[in-house]
Design a protein around this ligand. Structure first.
Ligand SMILES: C[S@@+](CC[C@H](N)C(=O)[O-])C[C@H]1O[C@@H](n2cnc3c(N)ncnc32)[C@H](O)[C@@H]1O
Length: 351
């Protein structure tokens, strides 16, 4: 793994070249004032100049016990092929295996790859990917802000222990220092990153102003939320020159051609909205903004509906359940709930 020559890089280099089985720790923010482990747990929202607020989940992820089941992540819904949500699939599979298949189809998962997953949660995506395509993967770097989740990832990925390096760090600060890998995977994480809230378009805080100008981002006439964390992340990914797959709950969803019925009552061109979760909030992501950033950096940006990588059952039954909200069995309920949720999710591949 090569690293550019800067302060974080030197620190990261030292950590990465330490003994293999050690739980690596890189947490530049830990020296800042803040709740000690277990004391505070909530996400915070600070006000900035120009009356905008800043929503950040950093303290929540650093200090709170995290329950991903309460967040209904798509990854955990298909955490293994026997999951109850599997009723929607053409054939049983885990989310990680489906992501692996998609990456191979997109030409993004090459032989002898070194992968870096940011915000790996319970480790389910990487487990499925290694179970399905482990022969292509030489090394895996798992970066996460949450120490308890890093530990959980290590347990889940123990069959491939010798290939895994865990790094505790905040991706807002770390990504620019990572190099020498072949692919970043950032699954359902961007909504957790910093978001400027209530931005007045005629009086924007400097960071919003800078991003909007630099990338000619479209903005509405009324106060809006801006995914500054996700935009900076895409900027950093682009500067590394490394390919990436990013997915998240979007506010500008795209609907697969053969499932047009899913567009019912959806705004396909909205701005980020708050999703209140247990002790923190996430924000949906405006993918068209991310695409602009990637293309401005001369990168190829391909994007689509997350359903592109989840092969769901063919035939009319899903459509009928969705149209009629026909929930007379538990399976129907699961299918309706999942379709209603998943239809707003998107992927973005940067290469
Ligand atoms: C919503 S969970 C998604 C987990 C998993 N990718 C999935 O799809 O189930 C967000 C993950 O990102 C991590 N995370 C959140 N903010 C982060 C940050 N600033 N830097 C690094 N990791 C972060 C969390 O600790 C958690 O593992």
């Amino acid at each position: 793994m090569q690293l550019p020559y800067n302060k974080s890089a030197i620190l990261l280099k030292l950590i990465l070249y330490t003994g293999k089985d050690f739980m690596y720790r890189f947490d530049p923010m830990a020296i800042h004032d803040g709740p000690k482990s277990g004391e505070g747990s909530g996400a915070s929202s600070r006000s900035t100049d120009c009356a905008a607020g800043l929503s950040t989940t950093a303290d929540y992820h650093r200090f709170a016990p995290i329950d991903l089941m309460s967040e209904f992540t798509i990854c955990e819904s298909f955490s293994d092929p026997a999951s109850p949500y599997g009723v929607i699939l053409e054939k049983p599979s885990s989310y990680g295996a489906m992501v692996g298949d998609f990456l191979v189809r997109m030409g993004l998962l090459k032989d002898r790859s070194a992968l870096c997953e940011v915000g790996g949660g319970y480790g389910s995506l990487m487990h499925g990917l290694l179970a399905g395509h482990g022969n292509r993967v030489e090394r895996v770097y798992m970066i996460d802000l949450s120490l308890s989740l890093l530990k959980r990832q290590r347990d889940r990925l123990s069959p491939w222990k010798s290939r895994i390096t865990s790094i505790r760090g905040d991706i807002h600060e770390l990504l620019g220092a990572v190099a020498g890998i072949d692919l970043f995977i950032v699954n359902e994480v961007m909504g957790d990153l910093d978001t400027l809230t209530g931005v007045d378009p005629s009086h924007m805080p400097p960071e919003a102003e800078e991003l909007v100008r630099a990338y000619a981002l479209d903005i509405p006439e009324e106060p809006f939320n801006l995914n500054i964390g996700a935009l900076r992340l895409v900027e950093a990914v682009c500067r590394t020159g490394i390919p990436a797959l990013l997915t998240e709950h979007s506010c500008d969803p795209v609907i697969p051609d053969d499932m047009a019925y899913l567009a019912r009552d959806l705004d396909l061109d909205a701005y980020p909205r708050e999703i209140k979760l247990l002790r923190h909030s996430e924000y949906t992501i405006r993918f068209s903004h991310l695409v602009r950033v990637a293309r401005a950096h001369g990168r190829t940006a391909r994007t689509g509906a997350l359903l592109d990588l989840i092969p769901v059952r063919k035939g009319r039954s899903l459509e009928t359940i969705f149209r009629l909200r026909a929930c007379d069995t538990q399976d129907h309920e699961i299918i309706y709930e999942l379709l209603d949720h998943i239809r707003e999710y998107r992927w973005l591949a940067i290469s």
